[in-house]
Design a protein around this ligand. Structure first.
Ligand code: K1U
Ligand code: ZN
Length: 184
């Protein structure tokens, strides 16, 4: 297993669109292992391969609380096949936009089809945090960030803040830059 670097806004690679996985081979299994290691280390409750610069439609998720046993899930080639008219709001965060939390409105419930870690076709009905997190991760696979669901004013403020932090950190360090790094 290996820890991978998580891309941070304004890294352009976060805007790439991921390709479907054609074959669940050793390379994809290694990618999944690395994604779990990276997600737990961050720590985060989800991760899309795009966030570590890999343009494959792979998502890892674990919504277990700190005191609960781990509950890892993999979603390969996930597709939303139904979403509710009803909408709900959740305060979202993103490992690629550290220390930034904003309320995002999305469909309250979704139905998904995907392949599991063994390559078996599965469907899942999601609501609550599971629904929010899955929609957030599928957005990543399509080059969409949660800030794209905010008002233009809020979104532009966040982008500006991270662009400034990246500029201050310089060309090499900029890939790890967080706005809080420059508050001294
Ligand atoms: O995709 C990502 O960037 C991961 C993101 C997932 C997510 C969180 C909240 C709403 C929608 C999607 C995160 O994991 S941010 C970190 C986070 O939420 C968290 C971290 C540690 C403990 C509990 C939550
Ligand atoms: Zn995210």
């Amino acid at each position: 297993m290996a820890l991978r670097e998580i891309l941070i806004l304004p890294d352009k690679r976060l805007r790439n669109i991921a390709e479907p996985v054609k074959k669940l081979d050793a390379g994809i299994r290694k990618l999944i292992e690395d994604m779990f290691e990276t997600m737990y280390d961050a720590p985060g409750i989800g991760l899309a391969a795009i966030q570590i610069g890999i343009t494959k439609r792979v998502v890892t998720l674990d919504l277990a609380k700190k005191e609960e046993p781990k509950n890892p899930h993999v979603f390969i080639n996930p597709e939303i096949i139904w979403s509710s008219e009803e909408r709900s709001t959740y305060e979202e965060g993103c490992l690629s936009i550290p220390e930034t939390y904003e309320e995002v409105e999305r469909p309250a419930r979704v139905k998904l089809k995907y392949l599991d870690a063994e390559g078996a076709e599965r469907e899942i009905d999601a609501e609550g945090l599971l629904s929010t997190a899955l929609q957030h991760e599928i957005d990543h696979l399509n080059g969409i960030l949660f800030i794209d669901h905010l008002s233009r004013l809020k979104r532009d403020r966040i982008i500006k803040k991270f662009a400034k932090a990246a500029k201050r950190a310089g060309p090499v360090a900029s890939t790890h830059a967080r706005p809080s790094d420059s508050q001294h």
